[in-house]
Design a protein around this ligand. Structure first.
Ligand SMILES: [Zn+2]
Length: 372
Protein backbone atom coordinates (compact mmCIF):
# COMPACT_ATOMS: atom_id res chain seq x y z
CA UNK A 1 0.00 0.00 0.00
CA UNK A 2 1.18 3.53 -0.79
CA UNK A 3 -0.04 7.00 0.12
CA UNK A 4 -0.53 10.00 -2.05
CA UNK A 5 -1.70 13.50 -1.19
CA UNK A 6 -3.67 15.79 -3.48
CA UNK A 7 -4.13 19.44 -2.67
CA UNK A 8 -7.27 21.09 -3.96
CA UNK A 9 -8.57 24.62 -3.61
CA UNK A 10 -11.95 24.73 -1.89
CA UNK A 11 -14.57 27.47 -1.87
CA UNK A 12 -16.62 27.51 1.34
CA UNK A 13 -19.75 29.67 1.43
CA UNK A 14 -20.11 32.31 4.15
CA UNK A 15 -21.70 29.93 6.60
CA UNK A 16 -18.98 27.34 6.05
CA UNK A 17 -16.30 29.99 6.50
CA UNK A 18 -17.71 30.66 9.96
CA UNK A 19 -17.68 26.93 10.72
CA UNK A 20 -14.09 26.62 9.51
CA UNK A 21 -13.01 29.59 11.64
CA UNK A 22 -14.70 27.99 14.64
CA UNK A 23 -12.92 24.67 14.00
CA UNK A 24 -9.52 26.36 13.57
CA UNK A 25 -10.13 28.12 16.90
CA UNK A 26 -11.24 25.00 18.78
CA UNK A 27 -8.34 22.94 17.43
CA UNK A 28 -5.93 25.64 18.57
CA UNK A 29 -7.60 25.94 21.96
CA UNK A 30 -7.42 22.17 22.52
CA UNK A 31 -3.75 22.12 21.55
CA UNK A 32 -2.87 24.97 23.90
CA UNK A 33 -5.01 23.71 26.77
CA UNK A 34 -3.30 20.33 26.88
CA UNK A 35 0.12 21.73 26.12
CA UNK A 36 -0.26 23.79 29.27
CA UNK A 37 -1.54 20.70 31.09
CA UNK A 38 1.46 18.64 29.93
CA UNK A 39 3.95 21.33 30.90
CA UNK A 40 2.53 21.62 34.40
CA UNK A 41 2.56 17.89 35.00
CA UNK A 42 6.07 17.60 33.64
CA UNK A 43 7.32 20.34 35.94
CA UNK A 44 5.63 18.64 38.89
CA UNK A 45 6.81 15.06 38.54
CA UNK A 46 8.64 14.71 35.20
CA UNK A 47 5.92 12.53 33.66
CA UNK A 48 3.96 12.91 30.44
CA UNK A 49 0.18 13.04 30.08
CA UNK A 50 -0.54 10.36 27.47
CA UNK A 51 -2.76 10.85 24.45
CA UNK A 52 -5.37 8.50 25.93
CA UNK A 53 -5.45 10.48 29.17
CA UNK A 54 -5.82 13.77 27.26
CA UNK A 55 -8.64 12.34 25.13
CA UNK A 56 -10.47 11.15 28.25
CA UNK A 57 -10.13 14.56 29.86
CA UNK A 58 -11.39 16.21 26.72
CA UNK A 59 -14.50 14.00 26.69
CA UNK A 60 -15.20 15.10 30.27
CA UNK A 61 -14.57 18.74 29.48
CA UNK A 62 -17.05 18.67 26.61
CA UNK A 63 -19.77 17.70 29.06
CA UNK A 64 -19.31 20.93 31.02
CA UNK A 65 -21.36 23.96 30.12
CA UNK A 66 -18.33 26.17 29.72
CA UNK A 67 -16.79 23.97 27.05
CA UNK A 68 -19.97 22.74 25.37
CA UNK A 69 -18.95 24.72 22.25
CA UNK A 70 -16.40 22.00 21.53
CA UNK A 71 -19.29 19.71 20.61
CA UNK A 72 -20.17 21.95 17.68
CA UNK A 73 -17.05 21.08 15.69
CA UNK A 74 -15.79 17.87 14.10
CA UNK A 75 -14.76 15.74 17.09
CA UNK A 76 -12.08 13.90 15.11
CA UNK A 77 -10.31 17.19 14.37
CA UNK A 78 -9.97 17.79 18.12
CA UNK A 79 -8.58 14.30 18.64
CA UNK A 80 -6.13 14.92 15.81
CA UNK A 81 -5.01 18.10 17.53
CA UNK A 82 -4.20 16.05 20.65
CA UNK A 83 -2.34 13.57 18.47
CA UNK A 84 -0.28 16.35 16.88
CA UNK A 85 0.55 17.64 20.34
CA UNK A 86 1.55 14.15 21.45
CA UNK A 87 3.83 13.81 18.41
CA UNK A 88 5.39 17.23 19.04
CA UNK A 89 6.13 16.20 22.61
CA UNK A 90 7.58 12.84 21.66
CA UNK A 91 9.72 14.44 18.98
CA UNK A 92 11.08 16.88 21.49
CA UNK A 93 12.09 14.17 23.95
CA UNK A 94 13.55 12.03 21.21
CA UNK A 95 15.36 14.93 19.55
CA UNK A 96 15.58 18.05 21.72
CA UNK A 97 16.94 19.95 18.70
CA UNK A 98 13.41 20.10 17.27
CA UNK A 99 12.55 22.54 20.05
CA UNK A 100 9.95 22.47 22.78
CA UNK A 101 6.34 22.54 21.51
CA UNK A 102 5.09 26.13 21.42
CA UNK A 103 1.67 27.49 22.06
CA UNK A 104 -0.23 28.10 18.84
CA UNK A 105 -1.22 31.68 18.19
CA UNK A 106 -3.72 33.07 15.75
CA UNK A 107 -1.09 35.42 14.39
CA UNK A 108 1.94 33.19 14.10
CA UNK A 109 0.36 29.90 13.06
CA UNK A 110 -1.49 29.04 9.91
CA UNK A 111 -5.17 28.25 10.32
CA UNK A 112 -5.59 24.54 9.76
CA UNK A 113 -7.15 21.36 11.06
CA UNK A 114 -6.97 17.68 10.18
CA UNK A 115 -9.62 15.03 10.21
CA UNK A 116 -9.76 11.33 9.40
CA UNK A 117 -12.20 9.53 7.15
CA UNK A 118 -14.40 7.09 9.07
CA UNK A 119 -17.15 5.10 7.30
CA UNK A 120 -17.18 7.39 4.26
CA UNK A 121 -17.97 10.50 6.29
CA UNK A 122 -15.55 12.31 3.96
CA UNK A 123 -15.91 12.03 0.21
CA UNK A 124 -15.39 13.80 -3.10
CA UNK A 125 -18.21 13.90 -5.62
CA UNK A 126 -19.52 16.18 -8.37
CA UNK A 127 -17.09 18.97 -7.57
CA UNK A 128 -17.80 18.93 -3.85
CA UNK A 129 -15.93 17.76 -0.79
CA UNK A 130 -18.12 16.38 1.98
CA UNK A 131 -16.71 17.15 5.44
CA UNK A 132 -18.09 16.28 8.90
CA UNK A 133 -20.04 19.15 10.51
CA UNK A 134 -19.24 21.41 7.53
CA UNK A 135 -21.26 19.75 4.80
CA UNK A 136 -20.50 19.95 1.09
CA UNK A 137 -17.81 22.44 0.17
CA UNK A 138 -17.27 23.39 -3.47
CA UNK A 139 -13.93 22.04 -4.68
CA UNK A 140 -11.78 22.76 -7.72
CA UNK A 141 -10.56 19.37 -8.81
CA UNK A 142 -7.75 20.05 -11.27
CA UNK A 143 -7.08 16.37 -11.79
CA UNK A 144 -9.03 13.16 -11.35
CA UNK A 145 -8.42 10.83 -8.44
CA UNK A 146 -7.52 7.43 -9.94
CA UNK A 147 -9.84 4.46 -9.43
CA UNK A 148 -9.06 2.35 -6.40
CA UNK A 149 -7.78 5.28 -4.33
CA UNK A 150 -9.21 5.23 -0.81
CA UNK A 151 -9.61 8.54 1.03
CA UNK A 152 -7.80 8.45 4.37
CA UNK A 153 -7.63 11.94 5.82
CA UNK A 154 -7.98 15.64 5.05
CA UNK A 155 -6.19 18.75 6.24
CA UNK A 156 -8.10 21.97 5.69
CA UNK A 157 -6.04 25.13 5.75
CA UNK A 158 -6.46 28.82 5.12
CA UNK A 159 -3.64 30.92 3.69
CA UNK A 160 -2.82 34.35 5.01
CA UNK A 161 -4.28 35.70 1.79
CA UNK A 162 -7.61 34.12 2.71
CA UNK A 163 -7.74 31.13 0.34
CA UNK A 164 -8.88 27.72 1.51
CA UNK A 165 -7.24 24.43 0.59
CA UNK A 166 -7.92 20.79 1.33
CA UNK A 167 -4.94 18.49 1.31
CA UNK A 168 -6.40 15.01 0.89
CA UNK A 169 -4.47 11.84 1.60
CA UNK A 170 -5.33 8.68 -0.32
CA UNK A 171 -4.20 5.10 0.05
CA UNK A 172 -3.79 2.83 -2.95
CA UNK A 173 -2.43 -0.51 -4.02
CA UNK A 174 1.03 0.18 -5.38
CA UNK A 175 1.51 -2.00 -8.40
CA UNK A 176 2.64 0.10 -11.33
CA UNK A 177 4.01 -1.96 -14.21
CA UNK A 178 7.53 -0.89 -15.04
CA UNK A 179 7.67 0.44 -18.55
CA UNK A 180 10.31 -0.54 -21.07
CA UNK A 181 12.64 2.44 -21.50
CA UNK A 182 12.55 3.46 -25.15
CA UNK A 183 12.48 7.23 -25.38
CA UNK A 184 15.02 9.31 -23.48
CA UNK A 185 15.32 13.02 -22.78
CA UNK A 186 18.23 14.89 -21.17
CA UNK A 187 17.70 18.18 -19.33
CA UNK A 188 20.45 20.65 -18.59
CA UNK A 189 19.58 23.04 -15.78
CA UNK A 190 19.57 26.65 -16.85
CA UNK A 191 19.69 29.59 -14.53
CA UNK A 192 17.52 32.04 -16.36
CA UNK A 193 15.26 29.66 -18.17
CA UNK A 194 14.50 26.45 -16.40
CA UNK A 195 16.33 23.96 -18.57
CA UNK A 196 17.55 23.23 -22.07
CA UNK A 197 16.68 19.75 -23.38
CA UNK A 198 18.66 17.34 -25.55
CA UNK A 199 16.51 18.20 -28.59
CA UNK A 200 17.54 21.84 -28.33
CA UNK A 201 14.30 23.12 -26.80
CA UNK A 202 14.21 25.49 -23.88
CA UNK A 203 11.52 25.67 -21.28
CA UNK A 204 9.88 28.98 -21.99
CA UNK A 205 10.00 29.97 -18.37
CA UNK A 206 7.77 33.00 -18.08
CA UNK A 207 9.69 34.67 -15.24
CA UNK A 208 6.44 35.71 -13.56
CA UNK A 209 8.23 36.10 -10.34
CA UNK A 210 10.72 38.71 -11.43
CA UNK A 211 8.06 40.78 -13.12
CA UNK A 212 5.75 40.68 -10.16
CA UNK A 213 8.67 40.85 -7.78
CA UNK A 214 9.11 44.57 -8.30
CA UNK A 215 5.49 45.08 -7.48
CA UNK A 216 5.83 42.83 -4.47
CA UNK A 217 8.90 44.72 -3.26
CA UNK A 218 7.05 48.02 -3.64
CA UNK A 219 4.08 46.77 -1.65
CA UNK A 220 6.43 45.32 0.96
CA UNK A 221 8.19 48.67 1.37
CA UNK A 222 4.85 50.33 1.75
CA UNK A 223 3.96 47.80 4.44
CA UNK A 224 7.13 48.39 6.43
CA UNK A 225 6.44 52.13 6.57
CA UNK A 226 2.96 51.66 7.98
CA UNK A 227 2.29 52.11 11.63
CA UNK A 228 2.26 48.92 13.67
CA UNK A 229 -1.17 47.82 14.77
CA UNK A 230 -2.94 50.16 12.36
CA UNK A 231 -5.86 49.16 10.22
CA UNK A 232 -4.06 50.12 7.03
CA UNK A 233 -1.13 47.93 7.94
CA UNK A 234 -3.23 44.83 8.39
CA UNK A 235 -4.95 45.52 5.06
CA UNK A 236 -1.59 45.93 3.40
CA UNK A 237 -0.32 42.72 4.97
CA UNK A 238 -3.15 40.82 3.30
CA UNK A 239 -2.42 42.55 -0.03
CA UNK A 240 1.22 41.46 0.14
CA UNK A 241 0.26 37.90 1.10
CA UNK A 242 -2.21 37.72 -1.80
CA UNK A 243 0.35 38.95 -4.29
CA UNK A 244 2.84 36.44 -3.00
CA UNK A 245 0.32 33.62 -3.37
CA UNK A 246 -0.58 34.70 -6.88
CA UNK A 247 3.03 34.66 -8.04
CA UNK A 248 3.86 31.30 -6.52
CA UNK A 249 0.58 29.87 -7.79
CA UNK A 250 1.37 30.89 -11.38
CA UNK A 251 4.83 29.43 -11.13
CA UNK A 252 3.58 26.16 -9.72
CA UNK A 253 1.00 25.94 -12.46
CA UNK A 254 3.68 26.39 -15.10
CA UNK A 255 5.90 23.75 -13.51
CA UNK A 256 3.00 21.30 -13.36
CA UNK A 257 2.16 21.77 -17.05
CA UNK A 258 5.75 21.54 -18.19
CA UNK A 259 6.49 18.39 -16.15
CA UNK A 260 3.21 16.78 -17.28
CA UNK A 261 4.07 17.25 -20.94
CA UNK A 262 7.54 15.75 -20.57
CA UNK A 263 6.34 12.85 -18.38
CA UNK A 264 3.75 11.94 -21.01
CA UNK A 265 6.13 12.21 -23.96
CA UNK A 266 9.20 10.34 -22.62
CA UNK A 267 9.91 7.07 -20.79
CA UNK A 268 13.09 8.19 -19.11
CA UNK A 269 14.27 11.69 -18.23
CA UNK A 270 17.89 12.29 -17.27
CA UNK A 271 19.05 15.24 -15.17
CA UNK A 272 22.15 16.27 -13.30
CA UNK A 273 22.16 15.64 -9.57
CA UNK A 274 22.58 19.27 -8.55
CA UNK A 275 23.03 20.61 -5.06
CA UNK A 276 21.00 23.79 -5.40
CA UNK A 277 21.83 25.09 -1.94
CA UNK A 278 25.56 24.77 -2.48
CA UNK A 279 25.22 26.24 -5.95
CA UNK A 280 23.40 29.38 -4.92
CA UNK A 281 25.86 29.90 -2.07
CA UNK A 282 29.01 29.24 -4.06
CA UNK A 283 28.04 31.32 -7.06
CA UNK A 284 26.05 33.87 -5.13
CA UNK A 285 23.19 33.51 -7.61
CA UNK A 286 20.87 33.69 -4.65
CA UNK A 287 17.49 34.64 -5.89
CA UNK A 288 17.48 33.41 -9.44
CA UNK A 289 18.40 29.84 -8.44
CA UNK A 290 15.81 29.54 -5.73
CA UNK A 291 13.28 31.36 -7.90
CA UNK A 292 13.26 29.35 -10.98
CA UNK A 293 11.79 26.33 -9.22
CA UNK A 294 14.10 23.60 -10.49
CA UNK A 295 13.71 21.62 -7.25
CA UNK A 296 9.92 21.75 -7.43
CA UNK A 297 9.99 20.94 -11.12
CA UNK A 298 12.09 17.79 -10.68
CA UNK A 299 9.88 16.65 -7.79
CA UNK A 300 6.79 16.97 -9.99
CA UNK A 301 8.56 15.28 -12.88
CA UNK A 302 9.66 12.34 -10.72
CA UNK A 303 6.21 11.40 -9.45
CA UNK A 304 4.55 12.03 -12.81
CA UNK A 305 6.99 9.64 -14.44
CA UNK A 306 6.86 7.06 -11.68
CA UNK A 307 3.08 6.82 -11.60
CA UNK A 308 3.35 5.64 -15.22
CA UNK A 309 6.15 3.14 -14.50
CA UNK A 310 8.70 5.54 -16.03
CA UNK A 311 11.96 6.88 -14.65
CA UNK A 312 13.82 10.01 -13.62
CA UNK A 313 17.55 9.31 -13.64
CA UNK A 314 20.06 11.51 -11.86
CA UNK A 315 23.51 11.67 -13.37
CA UNK A 316 26.53 12.26 -11.15
CA UNK A 317 27.11 15.92 -10.51
CA UNK A 318 30.81 15.66 -11.29
CA UNK A 319 30.15 14.19 -14.69
CA UNK A 320 31.56 16.87 -17.00
CA UNK A 321 28.50 17.40 -19.17
CA UNK A 322 29.43 20.73 -20.68
CA UNK A 323 33.06 19.95 -21.42
CA UNK A 324 32.65 16.77 -23.41
CA UNK A 325 31.80 16.63 -27.10
CA UNK A 326 28.59 14.62 -27.32
CA UNK A 327 29.61 13.22 -30.72
CA UNK A 328 33.21 12.03 -30.26
CA UNK A 329 33.76 12.39 -26.47
CA UNK A 330 36.64 14.85 -26.90
CA UNK A 331 37.14 16.83 -23.69
CA UNK A 332 37.31 20.57 -24.27
CA UNK A 333 38.47 22.36 -21.13
CA UNK A 334 37.91 25.77 -22.72
CA UNK A 335 34.18 25.32 -22.14
CA UNK A 336 34.75 25.74 -18.40
CA UNK A 337 34.33 29.40 -19.22
CA UNK A 338 30.58 29.95 -18.76
CA UNK A 339 30.55 32.85 -21.19
CA UNK A 340 31.35 30.53 -24.09
CA UNK A 341 27.88 29.82 -25.47
CA UNK A 342 28.90 27.82 -28.54
CA UNK A 343 32.01 25.94 -29.63
CA UNK A 344 33.43 23.77 -32.36
CA UNK A 345 34.91 20.41 -31.46
CA UNK A 346 38.63 20.44 -32.40
CA UNK A 347 38.54 16.67 -32.98
CA UNK A 348 35.38 15.97 -34.99
CA UNK A 349 34.44 19.49 -36.07
CA UNK A 350 30.88 19.40 -34.73
CA UNK A 351 29.43 22.80 -33.91
CA UNK A 352 27.91 22.75 -30.43
CA UNK A 353 25.51 24.93 -28.56
CA UNK A 354 26.88 24.71 -25.04
CA UNK A 355 23.57 23.87 -23.31
CA UNK A 356 22.23 21.46 -25.93
CA UNK A 357 25.53 19.58 -25.95
CA UNK A 358 25.40 19.32 -22.16
CA UNK A 359 21.80 18.04 -22.28
CA UNK A 360 22.75 15.42 -24.88
CA UNK A 361 25.62 14.26 -22.66
CA UNK A 362 23.31 14.03 -19.67
CA UNK A 363 20.84 11.99 -21.73
CA UNK A 364 23.60 9.64 -22.98
CA UNK A 365 25.00 9.17 -19.49
CA UNK A 366 21.49 8.42 -18.15
CA UNK A 367 20.91 5.92 -20.96
CA UNK A 368 24.15 4.19 -20.11
CA UNK A 369 23.02 3.85 -16.48
CA UNK A 370 19.55 2.57 -17.33
CA UNK A 371 20.31 0.19 -20.16
CA UNK A 372 22.69 -2.33 -18.66
ZN1 LIG B 1 33.82 15.95 -31.22
Amino acid sequence: MANKAYKFRIYPDDEQKILFARTFGCVRMVYNHWLDRKIRQYEKNKTNVTYTACAKEMAELKKTEEYAFLKEVDSVSLQQSLRHLDTAFKNFFRQPKTGFPRFKSKKRNKNSYSTVCINDNIAIFNGYLKLPKIGQVRLKQHRPVPDGYRLKSVTVSQTSGGKYYASILFEYENQVQEKEMQSFLGLDFSMHGLYCDSNGNEAAYPGYYRKAEKQLAREQRRLSKMQRGSNNRSKQRIRVAKLHEKVSGQRKDFLHKQSRKIANDYDCVCIEDLDMKAMSQALNFGKSVSDNGWGMFTTFLKYKLEEQGKKLVKVDRFFASSQTCSVCSYKNTKTKNLALRAWECPQCGTHHDRDVNAAVNIRNEGMRLVIV
